[in-house]
Design a protein around this ligand. Sequence first.
Ligand SMILES: *[C@@H]1O[C@H](CO)[C@@H](O)[C@H](O)[C@H]1NC(C)=O
Ligand SMILES: *[C@@H]1O[C@H](CO)[C@@H](O)[C@H](O)[C@H]1NC(C)=O
Ligand SMILES: *[C@@H]1O[C@H](CO)[C@@H](O)[C@H](O)[C@H]1NC(C)=O
Ligand SMILES: *[C@@H]1O[C@H](CO)[C@@H](O)[C@H](O)[C@H]1NC(C)=O
Ligand SMILES: *[C@@H]1O[C@H](CO)[C@@H](O)[C@H](O)[C@H]1NC(C)=O
Ligand SMILES: *[C@@H]1O[C@H](CO)[C@@H](O)[C@H](O)[C@H]1NC(C)=O
Ligand SMILES: *[C@@H]1O[C@H](CO)[C@@H](O)[C@H](O)[C@H]1NC(C)=O
Length: 460
Amino acid sequence: MEGRKMNTKFVFLLQFLLFLSLVLCESDDQAAPMEKTEQQALYLMIQGFVGRSWNGSGLYPDPCGWTPIQGVSCDFLNGSWYVTSVSIGPILENSLQCSHNAIFTPHLFELKHLKTLSFFNCFSSPTMLPSNSWNNLSQTLETLEFRSNEGLIGEIPPVIGQLMNLQSLVLVDNSISGKIPQELGNLVHLKRLSLSGNRLSGPVPTSLGKNLANLLILDLSRNSLSGPLYQSLGGLTSLLKLDISNNLLNGSLPKELGDMKSLTLLDLRNNNLSGGLIQSLEQMISLEDMLLSNNPIGASLNEFGWEKLVNLNNLDLSNTSLNGEVPNSIEGLGRLRFIALDNNKLSGSISPRLGDLPRLNALYLNGNNLSGEIWFSEEFYERLGSRFASWGNPGLCYKGGVGPAGVRICKDNEQAKYFDSKNNVIRDDIEQSSSQAEILASCACGALVQLMVVISVTLL
Ligand SMILES: *[C@@H]1O[C@H](CO)[C@@H](O)[C@H](O)[C@H]1NC(C)=O
Ligand SMILES: *[C@@H]1O[C@H](CO)[C@@H](O)[C@H](O)[C@H]1NC(C)=O
Ligand SMILES: *[C@@H]1O[C@H](CO)[C@@H](O)[C@H](O)[C@H]1NC(C)=O
Ligand SMILES: *[C@@H]1O[C@H](CO)[C@@H](O)[C@H](O)[C@H]1NC(C)=O
Ligand SMILES: *[C@@H]1O[C@H](CO)[C@@H](O)[C@H](O)[C@H]1NC(C)=O
Ligand SMILES: *[C@@H]1O[C@H](CO)[C@@H](O)[C@H](O)[C@H]1NC(C)=O
Ligand SMILES: *[C@@H]1O[C@H](CO)[C@@H](O)[C@H](O)[C@H]1NC(C)=O
């Protein structure tokens, strides 16, 4: 009996322990430990954006555990879970979507370990960025993005400049106005700064160029920024992409652009820049896209040394008040796919060697004062189609056979002279290949040639 009693007690104890461990394990497995304040701040912050009817504690009782919220990520730090990333807006089907009267609540700034905050297509009625409290996130926030929020108005609050660890600041396609605050120059860890597609005005602050030595991408396009591009831009020595197109910049190109040895994209189209193609641009050895169209730059094209720009893919100098002749050195840039020199004041003749650029896919020479005989192969005209244009050059003519649109046939006394870079007349070569082409075209295998052209066009 004694033994049996003991046994019962033991069994009870065992059962109790088992129960206890089950309860403990269950809470361990099923509810991720989280500070109540952190959890409440998360619910209330989201409610501000998606509407009061959203019941966070009801729908997502364990937001960092077994009831994750789409767009919210957490990290385990110091024995409990913290929200590190919040992304709001219709990215996925079950993403958090903003209500018509989305607002920022102060609870956003209680999330102590927030690293990433992004909004897409959220604010539709007029809303301003909070003008204080950002310093609460100054040690943690690394990425801040607002994209396509047409209701997002007002200025960029200077306090954003206190987010010391920010690596990416993206405010694209909103309705933000005012000047770019100098304080953004304090964000020394920034790799990407994109403020395109807003209503920003005033100058590009000098502080950006002075301090942001880690910046890889600077995109200020599609705003109303004015004034000159300051020399301080030369401090952006790591920059890969610079896009300030579609603004009201004036003055000349700063010579410090030449210090950006890694730059692959230079896009300054549609501004009011003048002062010529400065020599330091000749040193931009990584450049793949030089896009300067629709600026009264006013350069002489053949006073610029193209030799080092061997990585150029796209060269857009359309409508830039260029004069002079098309230099032979351009023919050496074997990666060129797109050349637009249209609507300028270029004179002289067109070298047929442009047609030998192996990747060339578009060549616009229309609206200049080019003259003499134009000679490209039939294959060249077929390959480029409407991506070749040379009309609007009254002095230009062709010798018969296949000719470009809008160009007249040469009169007998018009003789073209082509020079290569060593000033040797290369007219003879051309006549040879020209007559070869004629023979080919007139021979019985003409149909075969045409078929091959069709195939190569299709393959391209
Ligand atoms: C939210 O959901 C919880 C749990 O289902 C419920 O107790 C609470 O009353 C709800 N709150 C609101 C405001 O509906
Ligand atoms: C972890 O907790 C200690 C003590 O409470 C605190 O000093 C430290 O900052 C905390 N670390 C993190 C990452 O929150
Ligand atoms: C900033 O952080 C402190 C400490 O975490 C907190 O008490 C305060 O409420 C936060 N400020 C705002 C505006 O939320
Ligand atoms: C740039 O524009 C401003 C304002 O329109 C004007 O005052 C300034 O003279 C212009 N600078 C140049 C170099 O054209
Ligand atoms: C461009 O600059 C010229 C000369 O400074 C000025 O007359 C013209 O109005 C400017 N154009 C624009 C669009 O700002
Ligand atoms: C040419 O560029 C000027 C600015 O320099 C611009 O005002 C004009 O509209 C452009 N012309 C065309 C045809 O794009
Ligand atoms: C066009 O070029 C010819 C020389 O080929 C020159 O005589 C003429 O003045 C130029 N016309 C214009 C408008 O620049």
